[in-house]
Design a protein around this ligand. Structure first.
Ligand SMILES: Nc1ncnc2c1ncn2[C@@H]1O[C@H](COP(=O)(O)OP(=O)(O)OP(=O)(O)O)[C@@H](O)[C@H]1O
Ligand SMILES: Nc1ncnc2c1ncn2[C@@H]1O[C@H](COP(=O)(O)OP(=O)(O)OP(=O)(O)O)[C@@H](O)[C@H]1O
Ligand SMILES: [Mg+2]
Ligand SMILES: [Mg+2]
Lengths: 168, 160, 160, 168
């Protein structure tokens, strides 16, 4: 199972549709402060089913939609698509025999949400289940957000057990 | 289940005992169960012994030592149960050059089995990337992303 | 007292409105009283408007933008009521090179009225220091401190 | 009022008596991870009267005494002295007409503490009062610890008012 690409449109600082191809090994992301690097990580977490706006640094989920800047008006929705490849054998039966699978999440300013797996509408629950089944959803040690690297150490011993639980 | 938790804990601990001295160029560290009798409720403690120093409360560790210890734990979890990808957002910020070197060496090894997405401002970390994306804002408030050829482009993307 | 709080708030706000665009090379920012009617209980909010972007919740700001905004607030407090000294431990860690440059320029100005003690791993910050101490551990666990002559010594102390 | 020097002995990683001279302008402190840079800041806060062990990253106050390493045994006490110069006019009357003033804090493994101002024993209270009177004790915005720079921004609006109160 590999990540193939991440497509971001209308999410935070991405009014321009942007495609990030994941390669083998290490993909580095560099650039000045405030340009959108961590926003890419937020887009990743969001398309994987993040439910907490605070977890994406916002006050409400609508905060993820591009709110405009000096040169552009706000957009009406945010959309992120994650494509996985080489998924044979990793997915539950209902997904049949795909080689690739794409997951899309869309949020409109109206508050209306859309979720799609391989372009077929589904519920948010189906997306989170999919990621749980593939093992990708075990994000606890798969994603280390900015400034959060020593969270493992400052956590209480009781809180750390979930790391072992997720690896079990 | 109890056995599975115990077994996973032991495997992660084995890795941690090996990974730590590699990143710290010596010393030792270990994970401990706060309640070995109760696999369903026990917490997990960490004892860290940097090279030449005495084991201390992990709270007394320096900013860089804490970050590197946390990286050692994460790498240990990945070695026991690989996840297809791992995303690290500026974990190298508190590390000095020598520690970034050791971190990136091990990162390169881990990357044969896992796809890594690494956000960094550090030149040493950039050099170990197989592919590099430069993120800029030509138009303020609007992200631009370009594929970057390594070497000469590094300083120009950072300085933008 | 009420008047003193109001007056101090206004003075700090004046400075903040000037310091922010200096550090961010543009944009604007302001402090707000959550309850202007009640000087004894009111809280203080911050609205930040980086150049070319729209004002957002400060929680949405990037790591570097947050650090620089916090520095702007601290410098504003010092400009209104100088303290004899200011100690900064690795505040430049999340900043890119361009922001470290602007930070150190203003730091050098502030340093005419205040003694600064700055811990850093950043070469640009080191260069603005009037005096430099190198801290090492020849003997593990035992701190050694030496006065460092600037220029060639920088890389050797860091790489130790 | 200026800081003249900080002398550290037996505190954390300073089994070797160490003197840090404060100069005009910017004094930079550099060095590899874990070598004692932040410990210098802890020594500063401790001699100024820090009461919380947690505030110095320890579990109990005894954690500030050098606990030994491979090549040395633990020490029996920790001692830090801060010397201020050009203090005329900044001190309360009882301190007379000093040009310089030194503050010493000592903690023994037994738990016994000693406090001295210009070598004369006093109480911890006298030290904290002294620093309050000189305006140095208003540490809220005078000391930014490692990793704490964005505390001002993540604080609640109610918590931020103390910054203005201290500047008033
Ligand atoms: N919905 C939105 N619309 C427009 N801009 C947004 C939105 N949400 C966040 N932003 C902006 O995104 C910027 C933060 O981007 P991000 O955190 O990705 O920066 P970064 O590249 O990681 O920088 P650093 O190196 O400082 O960590 C902020 O300036 C913020 O105002
Ligand atoms: N009482 C003590 N006795 C001996 N060593 C101690 C004591 N208290 C703390 N230490 C050690 O001090 C070290 C931390 O030092 P410090 O935080 O000053 O590092 P630093 O130079 O700031 O590093 P970094 O660049 O990573 O922030 C730790 O290794 C810790 O074990
Ligand atoms: Mg970021
Ligand atoms: Mg430190």
């Amino acid at each position: 199972m590999k990540i193939k690409k991440l497509e971001i449109y209308g999410f935070k600082t991405f009014p321009k549709p942007t495609e990030l191809i994941f390669h083998e090994g290490i993909t580095g992301i560099v650039g000045p402060n405030g340009c959108g690097k961590s926003n890419i990580i937020d887009a990743m977490r969001w398309v994987m089913g993040e439910k907490s706006a605070k977890g994406l640094r916002g006050g409400s989920m609508g905060d993820v939609i591009f709110s405009g800047c000096e040169s552009r008006k706000p957009l009406g929705f945010a959309e992120v698509t994650l494509t996985l490849s080489e998924v044979e054998g990793s997915l539950p039966e209902k997904f049949g025999t795909y080689h690739e699978i794409s997951v899309t999440r869309r949020l409109h300013r109206s508050g209306e949400s859309e979720y799609l797996i391989n372009k077929i509408p589904c519920r948010l629950r189906d997306i989170t289940d999919l990621f749980l089944d593939t093992g990708l959803g075990k994000r606890a040690y798969s994603i280390v957000e900015q400034g959060r690297i020593d969270a493992i150490l400052s956590a209480k011993p009781q809180e750390r057990r979930y790391l072992i639980e997720e690896a079990a | 289940s109890r056995e599975r938790f115990q077994q996973t804990f032991d495997e992660v601990n084995e890795q941690f005992k090996a990974v730590f001295p590699r990143l710290f160029r010596g010393g030792s560290a270990e994970l401990f169960l706060t309640d070995p009798e109760d696999m369903l409720e026990t917490g997990i403690d960490v004892i860290v012994h940097p090279p030449g120093k005495k084991p201390q409360h992990i709270s007394l560790l320096s900013g860089g030592e804490k970050a590197l210890t946390a990286v050692a734990i994460i790498f240990s979890l990945f070695l026991v149960k690989p996840s297809p990808f791992c995303i690290l957002d500026e974990v190298d910020a508190p590390l000095d050059d020598a520690n970034v070197e050791r971190f990136t060496e091990m990162l390169a090894e881990m990357a044969t089995a896992t796809q890594f997405l690494v956000i960094t401002h550090n030149k040493i970390s950039m050099e170990v990337a197989n592919h590099l994306y430069g993120v800029t804002m030509e138009e303020p408030g609007v992200t631009d992303m370009v594929s970057v050829r390594l070497s000469s482009h590094l300083s120009s993307v950072e300085a933008a």
